[in-house]
Design a protein. Structure first.
Length: 395
């Protein structure tokens, strides 16, 4: 567990902590000084020497990012692609699968809007069937229901580990065992879990995993990565290729590279890539288990404080919950509540029903306030949020 002095050091290393109570880490965390410095240093080098020349000079740092990510999630460096965001990572994997009419996708109620839209587009384009696995009594994906829905037509299991609209943690490793037993490809959206929870791809058993840099990893915006296991590389042809992803071998032929970088393009944000590697190193130095323990403490404190506030209803589901805390306030639109908090220097966000049609809307929720703690936050900041909640109004 992080001591008070350790938290103070982490906050001193995070300039934004002096300006705002930042409880929007599920949106984008405050960056450590080392990440910002690394990005700026590379941009300056590009300005002084040229973009190509700067990339060549910093090739070891760029390559290190692959090693750091691999270490973070228990993968091999050649199974990592560094791309511009988590959605692009997820899309490059999903749209690279070969679909046939009648193929089935099993997914969860807590799926993210971008993923659901991709499912719907693929269903319209290829005649694929989308099957949403029901929740169990706690609100997480039902493993028994998933087992009962499997048949020879299931081509993909694709779930979100932690949804954007709540603190639920879906049983990713148990889903992985089901997928392995059935021989079905498993794509995990780890957008909100990497950086706040221990994530090991071997333990989880996923074939594909996508994640961003900007959220709980505390990296730069415009960065993300895809893990693509050697088990499935031969089954996936990226939806588009360039001279980085493939080699033009003759006037009429090309050959796709045999590692995960087939999902990348030649041009990229090299300053961001270096910054992402620094952010991953930072998380590893703090320790993912230590981060989770600190986040659990802060989130538990926040839920307890909110539960005592008149008119506040906690909206998180699941038997296991994480650093994302969602709630509503009686008589107040969630957007108004969020603005009230932001006006007081407390950064939170709002998850709306349009982004979670299979989850929030069936629960009768138009929107929820989302507060997301991280290990550099303090108990005082958590208490400040709870105290700033507006009083409920009568209908």
């Amino acid at each position: 567990m992080l001591t008070n002095s350790a938290v103070a050091r982490l906050r001193a290393d995070t300039p934004g902590c002096a300006n705002v109570t930042h409880l929007n880490n599920a949106g984008a965390s405050l960056q450590p000084r080392a990440v910002t410095d690394a990005v700026i240093a590379h941009l300056r080098l590009e300005a002084e020497t040229g973009g190509y020349e700067a990339a060549a000079a910093r090739a070891p740092e760029i390559e290190h990012t692959y090693d750091a990510i691999a270490r973070l999630i228990g993968a091999r460096p050649d199974e990592i692609a560094v791309v511009e965001n988590a959605t692009r990572a997820w899309d490059m994997a999903f749209y690279g699968l070969r679909w046939q009419p009648g193929d089935r996708i099993l997914t969860a109620r807590a799926e993210y809007a971008s993923n659901a839209i991709a499912f719907l587009q693929t269903a319209r384009r290829y005649g694929v069937q989308i099957d949403v696995v029901p929740d169990d009594e706690t609100g997480r994906l039902s493993l028994d229901a998933m087992r009962g829905m499997l048949d020879e037509r299931v081509k993909l299991i694709a779930i979100t580990h932690v949804p954007t609209q709540g603190g639920l943690v879906n049983p990713a490793a148990e889903v992985g065992r089901i997928a392995r037993e059935a021989g079905v490809t498993y794509l995990l959206d780890a957008c909100q879990s990497v950086g706040q929870l221990p994530v090991d791809v071997d333990e989880i058993g996923c074939d594909l995993l996508s994640a961003p840099g900007r959220k709980f990893l505390r990296g730069p915006r415009g960065t993300g990565f895809l893990y693509a296991s050697r088990r499935v590389l031969g089954l996936i042809e990226p939806p588009f290729l360039d001279l980085h992803a493939a080699t033009w071998t003759s006037p009429d032929t090309y050959e796709i590279r045999d590692d995960a970088r087939r999902f990348e393009t030649w041009e990229g944000n090299y300053a961001g890539r270096i910054g992402l590697g620094v952010a991953v190193d930072y998380a590893l130095e703090v320790g993912v288990d230590t981060i989770k323990a600190r986040n659990d403490l802060l989130a538990t404190r926040l839920r307890a404080a909110l539960a005592e506030r008149p008119g506040v209803t906690l909206r998180d589901l699941g038997s296991e919950q994480c650093a994302i805390v969602t709630f509503t306030v009686a008589g107040h639109d969630s957007r108004t509540v969020a603005k009230t908090l932001v006006d007081q220097g407390i950064n939170v966000s709002v998850s709306i029903g349009d982004y979670a049609q299979w989850d929030l809307s069936p629960r009768g929720l138009d929107a929820v306030v989302r507060a997301s703690v991280h290990y550099y936050n303090t108990e005082e900041e958590v208490d400040r949020l709870a105290e700033a909640i507006p009083a409920p109004t009568r209908a």
